[in-house]
Ligand binder design. Sequence first.
Ligand code: CUA
Length: 148
Amino acid sequence: KIWLIFGTLSLAAFLTIVGVTAFAHGHTPAGGMDTIDPEKVAETPPFDKPGVRQLDDDTYEAVIISQAFGYLPGKIKVPAGKEIIFTLTSTDVVHSFTIDNTKVNMMAVPGRITHKSYTFEKPGTYLVLCNEYCGAGHHMMSTEIEVY
Ligand code: CUA
């Protein structure tokens, strides 16, 4: 009986923690509440001009569209030591934008806009992979970021 009560209380505690972090802190898979019509991505700013743009001296935005089986634009170039705000969506199914050897692991969800800020410390070429199974070409879905 003691272990049944312990198990039930543990489950209740875990579900409460998940619920609080999901709703109170906004930890949804897409992160935040920005929405977009997935059929009108190409016409909707900022996705009408995908790519990198400078916001101010220390901040850049990289606007990226995920679709089976690649990213738009393809290879991008960003500076090291500056904050890069990645802004991401998908036009079809769930993909991810995962930069190898970094903490960046974004989900690209149709209908949602995902943001993630990251500063590359070292120049180099960074591999980007899709780690959400998205169809027959999933294993080929990758790109590169050149950090200068
Ligand atoms: Cu896109 Cu897997």
